[in-house]
Design a binder for this molecule. Structure first.
Ligand SMILES: NC(=O)C1=CN([C@@H]2O[C@H](COP(=O)(O)OP(=O)(O)OC[C@H]3O[C@@H](n4cnc5c(N)ncnc54)[C@H](O)[C@@H]3O)[C@@H](O)[C@H]2O)C=CC1
Ligand SMILES: O=C(O)CCC(=O)C(=O)O
Length: 388
């Protein structure tokens, strides 16, 4: 079996090395069985019928057409938590940079580096770059997933009072959260009470533009906003008005766009959150393991558009995997294809996620081309694959 992998962004070597020798890298997207991607947008790409899987080496999947992939039986993975520490550390830097004018001070020294009496000059200049401490200040964390929970915990260690809001928090994330994080059930309390607000939610229809004029109206004057999640979470025009009026003292973001890059009191970075050697390695390793488990054995872990399913390795003559719609009577039809010719189904698993489902059948006979055609013709079946 030869498997063709296309990388839409560079993926760390330590991940690629985990792929067996039977895998080869292709530059041709249309030819690929599996795709590895970081932030490259896939929305305008034509998805071929041979494409089986996409692994996002990272957390956010707003660059991938998830529904289109599900409809074509393309399983999309991400790497939950693999870059969370990298982002957390950059958010800590941003919290400090929002409080002390490190950029202004640094630029002043650079501009005056040739002055012979620079050591004396700084003592006069430093008042222009004075700031405040974060100790005792209130930090609101919106979204307590892999990144938000880490940010909340470290902010407590830095002596901040931390308010956390996440109506959908996972059990795992909640276990990792310090009990000293104040549990907020209405996001407006975060807007009203906090000196710093940091957003760590995915870009969804329900979260786009959530930091807007209505939210600013509730906030304290001089609030500092941190956005290391996605630019679309913030309404740029409302942010510019809030910066102009002094409602927002600093907007720290990892997502510059033409509207806010270079705007007064905006400190923007070029999407650096996950750009550490450690995060890149963690994401690459997790993404490549997910691809290998799916391509070789049909098992799904960390998919965002199909359910997680694990049936180990095939211990019978063949394994058939089926991506299908989550509708009644599918399993009877699948087993019927083999049972009517006396083929035993020795193992079977089926799980659903939203409108789609995924089934694995281990069978005691070699499936024929007719069997596969019959399975594929069942209404609601999206993709059928024979693994062994
Ligand atoms: N700057 C960068 O380089 C990076 C940015 N990101 C961005 O950060 C986001 C979060 O990443 P992770 O923490 O790893 O994801 P995650 O999936 O672990 O956490 C997201 C959390 O947001 C919560 N949430 C969803 N809707 C919400 C709402 N309306 N209000 C409050 N909470 C809500 C979820 O319940 C979940 O707990 C990603 O979706 C991505 O957009 C992620 C990694 C790197
Ligand atoms: O640098 C990257 O790969 C992007 C990281 C990111 O934004 C994410 O994981 O959601």
């Amino acid at each position: 079996m030869s498997v063709k992998i296309n990388c839409l962004n560079p993926i760390a070597k330590c991940g690629m090395e985990l792929l067996p020798d039977t895998y080869e890298v292709t530059d041709n997207f249309a030819d690929a069985d599996a795709v590895l991607v970081r932030s490259a947008s896939m929305h305008d790409l034509e998805l071929s019928d041979n494409l089986l899987a996409v692994a996002r080496a990272g957390a956010g999947v707003n660059n991938i057409p998830l529904d289109k992939c599900a409809e074509k039986g393309i399983v999309v993975f991400n790497t939950p938590g693999a870059n969370a520490n990298g982002v957390k550390e950059l958010v800590v830097a941003a919290l400090l940079m929002a409080s002390r004018d490190l950029v202004g001070g640094y630029n002043w020294v650079k501009d005056n580096a040739a002055e012979a009496d620079i050591a004396k000059m700084v003592e006069k200049q430093k008042k222009n770059y004075a700031g405040n401490e974060i100790l005792g200040k209130k930090l609101g964390v919106i979204g307590l997933g892999a990144i938000g929970a880490k940010v909340a915990n470290v902010a407590l260690k830095l002596g901040m009072q931390v308010y956390g809001y996440d109506p959908y928090v996972s059990v795992d994330a909640a276990w990792g959260l310090s009990k000293d994080v104040k549990h907020i059930t209405n996001v407006e309390d975060i807007y009203r009470d906090c000196d710093y607000i940091t957003v760590h939610v995915p870009a969804l229809d329900s979260t786009k533009g959530m930091i807007n004029a209505d939210a600013f109206a509730l906030m304290k004057d001089g609030v500092k906003i941190l956005n290391f999640a996605r630019d679309v979470l913030v309404n740029d025009e409302d942010m510019k008005a809030a910066l102009d009026s002094g409602k927002v003292a600093k907007y720290m973001t990892d997502f510059p766009n033409p509207a806010i890059a270079g705007y007064k009191n905006v400190v923007a970075f070029p999407h650096l959150g996950a750009s550490t050697a450690e995060s890149e390695d963690n994401c690459a390793v997790m993404a490549c393991k997910e691809i290998k488990a799916y391509i070789n054995d049909g098992n799904i872990k960390n998919s965002v558009n199909y359910p997680n399913v694990n049936m180990g390795q095939c211990s019978d003559v063949a394994r058939v995997t089926i991506c299908h719609k989550n509708i009644p009577n599918m399993l009877t039809q699948f087993t019927g294809v083999f049972s009517k010719k006396g083929g035993n189904v020795s193992g079977m698993i089926s799980k659903a996620k939203g409108d789609y489902a995924y089934s694995i059948l281990d069978i005691g006979v070699e499936p024929t081309a007719d069997d596969i055609a019959e399975l594929s013709a069942i209404e609601g079946v999206v993709k059928v694959r024979v693994i062994k």
